[in-house]
Design a protein around this ligand. Structure first.
Ligand code: ZN
Ligand code: MN
Length: 470
């Protein structure tokens, strides 16, 4: 069966939790330990309660819209999206429908392809339903209203993505932008995506409420295969809404798809229309940081880095900052290599984010300086870095205390080489016969006896000279 590549069509609706202290329309805090402890008459929708818009949420939504190259609607208002469900105690969600904050933007994928952003709008999060699993008879669902009214921006794309991998890349690029803007609450579950997939010419299926980037890629992969299977059987794909199961990585039908019109949107009478003046918009624009695309370009120009390295360094705002601080006192190439290979390698291997690792630039710079001056071998520098990342042990101190400084003098190194050659004659003989592995073995022996204080390359060079002189 030949697989046609471009027949999958994906569009995303991404709900991003904004990192504000209080909720969207009331003063309740956005974090609370006890269920149902952070709610009031406004976020529960008691009769007579009046919402007041959180200005910070508008600032953040504007930043997101501008960073996604959107046109800004200077006048906007809110609407009530009517629905009846236990997660929405007032039977409507305050959202934006007719006029969103931002529209007609785009986000560039790592391939350079542009994905159109149709709209960016502000809305409140519904409550959280907590499903208690127990005996079938006593199974119950509880509701936690702490989440009601937490500010979200919803970012809606055009159906421009052609594979689950492109959808994943879009979300990677989007979260990078959000990290740069510093508006994103990055805790688990703060990115929720409704993802639409259709096979060219077929009906669109929406998979609702997928948590996280990996989940979207998995759910879309399953949907693509499922829908192609339906078509192969000669049947038509039904327009419907499905749910994703994170454990089985499958989707199941929830209901035949409702239309947006079915929600009976009406104007929210408790919030007046908002008008943004030019001065305010300019101040938001001025506050936008340099984003990763432009930073990568600047790194290439300013520091003569290759495009790939510049891209890796600017992908994470923290890494870019560490790099630019480090090169005030360390060689550019050394810092780039150290940060992108060693540091990122260790973080990725241990599944640590920069936030979790909480690294101090001075400590990293101190270690890079030792490397630059040749006072520590690459191997021992890496060991010190691992200790630092995982145990917060100061690298300089660690190297000092463990006696890992490269304080071997030439004679000590030559003596160690002499000993290795004399004690391992069979390996020397093998190397002379052309076995390269034998040389690596001998290098290892010298590394051992010199406690990794000399660099492997140097040992290898001197070993070769020694053996070839025989
Ligand atoms: Zn409240
Ligand atoms: Mn929504």
């Amino acid at each position: 069966m030949s697989e046609e590549k471009n027949d999958v069509i994906i569009g995303l609706e991404c709900h991003v939790q904004l990192d504000t202290d209080s909720k969207l329309f009331c003063g309740c805090p956005t974090t609370a330990e006890e269920p149902n402890s952070a709610c009031c008459e406004v976020c529960l929708g008691f009769p007579g309660s009046k919402p007041v818009l959180n200005k910070k949420a508008v600032d953040y939504a504007l930043k997101v819209s501008m960073a996604l190259n959107c046109e800004i609607n200077k006048e906007f208002f809110f609407s009530r999206k009517t629905y009846f469900y236990p997660d929405m105690s007032k039977n409507f969600q305050i959202t934006q429908y007719e006029v969103p904050v931002g529209k007609n933007g785009y986000l560039t994928l790592s391939s350079g392809k542009k994905i159109k952003i149709e709209r960016v709008h502000i809305e409140e999060d519904p409550a959280a339903l907590v499903h208690e699993s127990g005996l079938a008879m006593s199974r119950q669902t509880m509701v936690d209203y702490n989440r009601s009214g937490i500010p979200l921006v919803e970012i809606v794309t055009a159906p421009d993505m052609r594979s689950p991998q492109e959808a994943r890349d879009f979300l990677d690029q989007l979260t990078t932008v959000l990290q740069y803007l510093g508006v994103f609450d990055e805790r688990e579950g703060t990115l929720k995506v409704d993802s639409n997939l259709s096979i060219k010419g077929g009906e669109r299926v929406e998979v609702k409420n997928i948590t996280g980037k990996k989940g979207v890629e998995k759910a879309m992969s399953y949907e693509a295969v499922r829908q192609k299977g339906v078509i192969l059987k000669g049947e038509a794909v039904r327009r419907e809404t499905r749910a994703f199961n994170e454990k089985t990585l499958t989707t199941r039908s929830l209901r035949t798809k409702e239309t947006e019109e079915g929600y009976g949107y009406i104007f929210e009478p408790d919030l007046t229309a908002f008008e943004l003046d030019e001065k305010y918009l300019n101040s938001i624009k001025q506050s936008l940081p340099e984003l990763h695309d432009s930073k990568a370009k600047r790194f290439v120009q300013q520091y003569s880095l290759d495009g790939y390295t510049a891209g890796v360094l600017s992908r994470n705002p923290h890494l870019g900052n560490i790099f630019e601080q480090a090169i005030k006192s360390v060689d550019v190439a050394l810092a780039a290599k150290f940060l992108t290979r060693e540091l990122l390698g260790i973080l990725n291997y241990n599944s640590l984010s920069f936030e979790e690792a909480d690294l101090k630039v001075e400590e990293l710079v101190g270690l890079m300086q030792l490397l630059e001056k040749g006072e520590v071998s690459e191997k021992n520098a890496k060991q010190a870095l691992i200790k630092y990342v995982l145990e917060k042990a100061s690298p300089r101190k660690f190297i000092e205390e463990q006696g890992l400084k490269k304080d071997l003098d030439e004679t000590e190194l030559l003596n160690a080489i002499e000993a290795a050659v004399n004690e391992n004659r069979p390996a020397v003989a093998d190397f002379k016969k052309g076995e390269k592995k034998a040389l690596h073995f001998l290098v290892g022996k010298v590394m051992q006896s010199t406690k990794g204080k000399a660099d492997a390359r140097e040992i290898q060079k001197k070993l070769k000279e020694r053996i070839e002189a025989e």
